[in-house]
Design a protein around this ligand. Structure first.
Ligand SMILES: [Zn+2]
Length: 212
């Protein structure tokens, strides 16, 4: 079902209920777009992991910006980011900002390090239900879109007591998109098509969760 027919139906229902439709915008007046918070890991004075000529902060920003652009081009969503340029943000800033904005979901994007290979993702320990559903949809969509470009190991859906997962007031997921210090993974992270596929996976997982 596309957005236009939903919009049209809401407008008709509102008209039937005697609500005067605002002349400037039928849609947002009746149903606000879901608020998606995207958090590109690190930035500014904190490069994150660095190896093979790559910096984590640059990769996370590229993936996050493309995720935002795909979401906004394809769906009716409101997207806010913890940063859109190479600036320093504390962990507290990131969750305070998302909480104050009233985000519906929080998605943090990172690159792994430590000598492994593949993709893994995290939610807060003990979370089930809605958070687990968001986690599962993002994980499966990112993995399948990565695998449209190259073979990628599935390291699984995990839990961890991370600040952004613990201090965010909404369902939150953190992705670790391959290992910057593993040459084969780094070679994928240097490819524009792989970065775009990774972003598309995030966008599709978010859209699936929100029912867009
Ligand atoms: Zn990181």
């Amino acid at each position: 079902m596309n957005g236009n027919s939903h919009l049209r139906r809401r407008t008709l229902l509102a008209a039937a209920a005697g609500v005067v439709a605002a002349p400037f915008a039928a849609g947002p007046a009746f149903a606000a777009a879901p608020k998606v918070y995207i958090d590109p890991g690190h930035g500014g004075t904190d490069p994150g992991a660095v190896a093979n000529g790559l910096q984590e902060k640059t990769l996370t920003l590229n993936i996050a910006l493309q995720t935002r652009d795909i979401l906004k081009a394809s769906y009716s969503v409101d997207v806010r980011m913890s940063r859109t340029t190479d600036i320093t943000r504390s962990l507290a800033y990131r969750t305070d900002d998302a909480n104050a904005w009233g985000a519906a979901i929080f998605v943090s994007i990172h690159i792994n390090a430590g000598g492994g290979t593949g993709f893994e993702s995290y939610r807060y320990p003990g979370t089930t239900g809605t958070t687990q559903r968001l986690h599962s949809l993002i994980h499966s969509n990112v993995l399948s879109n990565m695998r449209s470009v190259a073979s990628v190991t599935d390291r699984g859906q995990k839990t961890s007591n991370l600040h952004v997962l613990r201090e965010s007031n909404m369902p939150a997921v953190l992705t670790e998109n391959l290992f910057i210090d593993t040459v084969a993974n780094a070679n994928l992270l240097k490819r524009a098509d792989f970065i775009t596929a990774t972003a598309r996976g995030h966008a599709r997982g978010i859209a699936a969760f929100l029912g867009l």
